[in-house]
Design a binder for this molecule. Structure first.
Ligand code: UTP
Length: 288
């Protein structure tokens, strides 16, 4: 049973500066909730009970968000019209047991995941990238956990991306298995032209066995001089094989300006409170 998850959230967020100068990019909002809340909600809906968020200096806001807010709650309690928002505020602190550890230097996603070794111990666990919000009928993390339980191998969440986009992500060597599952035996991080195996790229979610930590320990810095989780997963894929799951759900890259806007617009259009007004507003813009 997979009950622990790691959310790396210690990146510098340089692509969304200056918004992220003093605020973590994981706190960028999609309508009325910060990105990290969508991710923690997804993990909780997938059966995860304990979450370790990898933070760094200046990410105290993240801890405050998943804590109780006694003064605010007291004020809301005094106003019967605010009962609904009071419940929403209180529910955030009940989603899961949330733990924190600091990545002392920004040495890459692989290094960040390795900071979770003592928290994870000897069990398989989920990783939800802190800037990838996935919204769908079924929680994406739960879909991956289902595949792990079925095949007993590491699972990565994938989507087909464009030939231009694959240069920024990873490219996987895959063979169809069944339904939306592929078997994956190799991968490359940020492939140059001609280096790609396929247009399937890992986007934001994986379920890994604890053996990944020993592999991370001996994974040298890769692209950008950082320890890349993809390089460690490549070793695992070549050695034991892996499952690539083309998950259902819309994925938003909250580490990019375009992704932040796409998430905002799409969630706003479906939002029970402002959806209709927002649609009317967009129509009135007379975009050509
Ligand atoms: P990114 O590569 O998008 O992180 O990492 P970044 O450094 O914030 O991005 P730039 O500066 O805009 O290019 C993906 C995820 O891994 C985390 C990030 O917080 C993000 O959620 N991460 C990355 C870490 O936790 N530690 C790291 O050293 C690097």
């Amino acid at each position: 049973k997979i009950r622990k998850a790691v959310i790396p959230a210690a990146g510098l967020g340089t692509r969304v500066l200056p918004a992220t100068k003093a605020m973590p990019k994981e706190m960028l909002t999609i309508v009325d909730k910060p990105a990290i809340q969508y991710i923690v909600e997804e993990a909780a809906a997938s059966g995860i009970t304990d979450i370790l968020i990898i933070t760094n200096r200046g990410k105290g806001l993240l801890e405050d968000h998943f804590d109780r807010a006694p003064e605010l709650e007291e004020r809301l309690m005094g106003d019967p019209a605010k009962a609904d928002i009071l419940k929403q505020v209180q529910d955030i602190s009940r989603l899961a047991n949330v733990w924190y550890v600091r990545q002392k230097e920004t040495k890459g996603l692989g290094h960040a995941v390795n900071c979770a070794r003592n928290f994870i111990g000897d069990e398989p666990f989920a990783v939800l990238y802190g800037d990838d919000v996935i919204i769908g009928e079924q929680p994406a993390c739960g879909q991956l956990i289902g595949a792990y339980e079925k095949y007993g191998k590491a699972v990565v969440g994938v989507k087909e991306v464009s030939r231009e986009a694959i240069r920024k992500y990873s490219s996987l060597k895959v063979e169809p298995l069944e339904g939306n599952c592929f078997s994956c035996t190799d991968m490359v991080e940020k492939p140059g032209p001609g280096e790609e195996f396929s247009l399937y790229s890992i986007l934001g979610r994986c379920v890994l066995p604890p053996e990944i930590f020993d592999i991370l320990d001996v994974t040298p810095p890769g692209f950008g001089g950082e320890i890349q989780i993809t390089d460690a997963m490549k070793t695992l894929a070549r050695r034991d094989g892996m499952i690539a799951l083309d998950f259902e759900g819309r994925r938003y890259d909250m580490g990019s300006k375009l992704g932040v806007m796409q998430a905002g617009v799409e969630v706003a259009l479906k939002h029970p409170e402002i959806g209709e007004d927002f649609r009317r507003y967009l129509r009135g813009l007379n975009l050509d």
